[in-house]
Design a protein around this ligand. Sequence first.
Ligand SMILES: C[S@@+](CC[C@H](N)C(=O)[O-])C[C@H]1O[C@@H](n2cnc3c(N)ncnc32)[C@H](O)[C@@H]1O
Length: 410
Amino acid sequence: MKQCVHVLRNFSRRAESGRSRSEYVDQLVADIATYYGYNDFLAQKLFQLFPVAEAIEFFEANEVARPVTIRTNTLKTRRRDLAQVLINRGVNLEPIGKWTNVGLQVFESSVPIGATPEYLAGHYMLQAASSFLPVVALAPQPEERVLDMASAPGGKTTHIAALLQNTGVVFANDANKARTKSLTANVHRLGCKNVTVCSYDGREFPKVIGGFDRVLLDAPCSGTGVISKDSSVKVNKSERDFQLLSHLQKQLILCAIDSVSPDSKTGAVVVYSTCSVTVDENEAVVDYALRKRPNVKLVDTGIGFGREGFTKFRGKVFHPSVSLTRRFYPHVHNMDGFYVAKFKVEKRRKPDTSKEIAEQEAAVNDVDMEPTRFNDNEDQEFIEESKRKQMKAKGLRVAPRKKPDVSASV
Ligand SMILES: C[S@@+](CC[C@H](N)C(=O)[O-])C[C@H]1O[C@@H](n2cnc3c(N)ncnc32)[C@H](O)[C@@H]1O
């Protein structure tokens, strides 16, 4: 691998005669896949995100655990007080960084950090630093109505509740009912009194309830930002998984936008985040939302660091404002890979024609896969598959899959 990287950094001077650049790249990606244990498809997909030498840093960082971090629950204590109590118990810790005033990094501990009396009393949440970011961007204000559309197990819900100072209301939704148990447990442990837990498919909003000041969509994703925590991602994701996820994310983001009241005096904000680093799940979804909902615009996340989102990627061109979105990487920021985009929602211009009205209404169920084009029948198959999964998750009976119509293809 080192030899290939060396050559690719100065190809014209170092390449063996007769060997093309793409031969070296193919060799390097194959070696990465073998050495780090990825399937070829994912190794290639992740490799494409970075310049050659940086790609190796990214794959290397995925082999190392990120720092253990906790978030102070300001509904029950202050960071300084919590730090002191934990130090007295033999925990070696330090504030995370200037960008958060509630995070602590734990270096070592003589007690299990997930079972101290302070943990059980809800004084803190064990939470990755990257998970604070979407809520920092959301910046909820006291008395607001907030929807956390995919919220289990509640790291971000409880953070939102704390920033609301237990005023207003947080609708904490998750399509997976089983996961709402841990969500409810965390809501109780942390003493959040302004949270309503519910379990709908996010695509049912805003029909279920709408008119929120702010909506967080911490979307279901492939988890390519958290490979150091879950190495199964290295081998269990295929191209089809990314297509299905991107499709679902596009549907959910439109519903998140439509659930916000543009008349909100304090908010009218949507934050979209994933713990994935792929463009399909991030910039492509955000760009899709900008195209389908002309009443939204991207704004600064307010996080203050992070790499700019891509405005161009492998032949795809996104809206220039996508550079306002932020990417976080394990090898750069020493936190899980993450992506955060913040939208401001404005009043919808009245659609001029009935055709426009129909188009706006249909967009959620009829996600186009642009700029990559897909066959409509295939799309239908993905939608059906995703509906089946949702029904199964809700414990509903699912009809057997339809057999493909072989006669039609002969
Ligand atoms: C990244 S996790 C959310 C983590 C959570 N925000 C937190 O901070 O603890 C994504 C969640 O989306 C939920 N989910 C998947 N499909 C969904 C859908 N169609 N509607 C709503 N939630 C969905 C999953 O059950 C999962 O809990």
